[in-house]
Design a protein around this ligand. Structure first.
Ligand code: PLP
Length: 409
């Protein structure tokens, strides 16, 4: 196990000594990089606050984590904090997603959108480089409930997109319909599949069964690569459903996106991309020759403070503290569902999820707007969602339910 619970002093000690492992812009001759510490007139380095604040200190020191640090070589200037990122990737891969030790590469991306596009970019290049595939022969398959980053990826990478229909109430993929569509696509030139299965969708928190996709690809003899979009659910679902097969134990899965800036309450800019070893090379950009180790990420320069923040959060909780955090949110969500049921309000909830999506016919739209429930569509809402985050307490949920009761009286 790589994931250990640490106290504040231990975390501080590790982060400050990692910063010492970087080449300091102020203390060493670092003449050739187009970067420096944060502007001292605005962010003074002698601010007393920083002494006790490893994350803010890392922000001010401003290490660049350009590239991927889990394989090959990286910029040596910032090797101290790169090591923290390596540890973070290993914790996510081994302790959360059941990989073998040192078998996963990854990096802290700008967010779920980038991590999803990185995966699809890698697999598109794989089919193009290894099989001479034309972009139009590579089909991106996801579900109607998938995040819109799939549409962005298909558009940017110039490959066609097929969204599998889902049942309106169970949000499950319609396998029969998907099979028919794929038979048709195959007859019309599709030769390779990039599939993305959801580990908690944006609007419903629904979870795909990856075999709903892979059984069909196998039956139709279509070569495929499978990515998991756990941007929302990656720090939740593995803890709420111990039986989950959305992890590296499942040999059909090659890569996973998990966003720390959602359920892990980390700063924005902390999407995490994980992929089995030997795949990052398909995004290696040889033209990045001035970067030591070149670059196989989509983003280029990125803040080392982001990786440090997620590592700090996970280290402060430890694995059991994290389990407890998710347990509390699950219980709160159970409570909310009971309350809705007792009022005959129609909603969808996957039993392992903390998203509750209410049928718009069941709730007064003015109340939904007042409590900032998020609609599926701002012009014509069919659903409104509640996301039971840390700040969404039972007190706050009770206010919402009372408003519904008062409206009915
Ligand atoms: C399931 C899912 N995937 C991807 C994303 C995109 O994440 P980001 O906004 O960090 O790019 C989101 C965002 O809500 C999401 O819910």
């Amino acid at each position: 196990m790589s994931w250990k619970k640490l106290n504040h002093d231990e975390i501080k000690e590790i982060v400050f000594s990692s910063l010492k492992g970087n080449i300091s812009y102020s203390e060493k001759n670092l003449l050739g990089v187009p970067a420096s510490y944060l502007d001292e007139k605005v962010f003074p380095k002698d601010n007393a606050l920083l002494k006790d604040a490893p994350f803010l200190s890392t922000m001010v020191e401003n290490p660049n984590h350009i590239g991927c640090h889990t394989f090959g070589s990286s910029e040596s200037f910032f090797s101290g904090t790169h090591k923290i990122e390596q540890e973070l990737i290993e914790i996510c891969a081994v302790d959360i997603f059941k990989s073998k030790e040192n078998s996963i590469d990854g990096y802290v991306a700008s967010g779920g959108t980038e991590a999803n596009i990185e995966a699809i970019w890698i697999y598109r290049n794989y089919f193009m480089y290894e099989f001479n595939a034309k972009p139009e022969e590579i089909l991106l398959v996801c579900s109607a409930d998938s995040h819109y980053s799939m549409a962005k990826a298909a558009n940017l990478l110039n490959i066609p997109l097929l969204k599998a229909e889902v049942d309106q109430f169970s949000r499950k993929i319609d396998s029969e319909q998907l099979k028919k569509s794929l038979v048709d696509k195959k007859e019309n030139g599709t030769k390779y599949i990039i599939a993305v299965a959801n580990m908690m969708t944006t609007m419903f928190g629904s979870v795909d069964d990856p075999s709903d996709y892979t059984d069909i690809f196998k039956a139709l003899d279509l070569p495929f690569k499978l990515h998991i979009d756990g941007a929302y659910g990656g720090f939740y679902y593995p803890f709420s459903n111990k039986e989950s097969n959305l992890n590296f134990d499942n040999s059909d899965i090659t890569s996973i996106t998990i966003d720390a800036h959602k359920m892990a309450q980390a700063p924005y800019g902390t999407g995490i991309f994980l992929i089995r070893k030997d795949w990052m090379k398909y995004a290696q950009t040889k033209e990045a020759s001035y970067v030591e180790g070149e670059d196989c990420t989509l983003i280029g320069s990125r803040s080392g403070a982001n990786a440090v923040s997620v590592w700090m959060i996970l280290s402060k909780y430890g694995p059991y503290g994290w389990m407890e955090k998710i347990f509390v949110l699950q219980k709160r969500t159970d409570w909310l569902c009971e309350q809705l049921r007792s009022r005959d309000i129609v909603f969808f909830r996957d039993k392992h999820s903390n998203i509750v999506t209410i049928d718009s016919k069941s709730v007064d739209h003015k109340i939904a707007e007042h409590y900032h429930l998020v609609p599926d569509n701002h012009n014509d809402p069919k659903w409104f969602k509640i996301v039971v985050m840390d700040h969404v307490s039972i007190d706050k949920l009770m206010e919402f339910l009372t408003a519904i009761d008062e409206k009915r009286d």
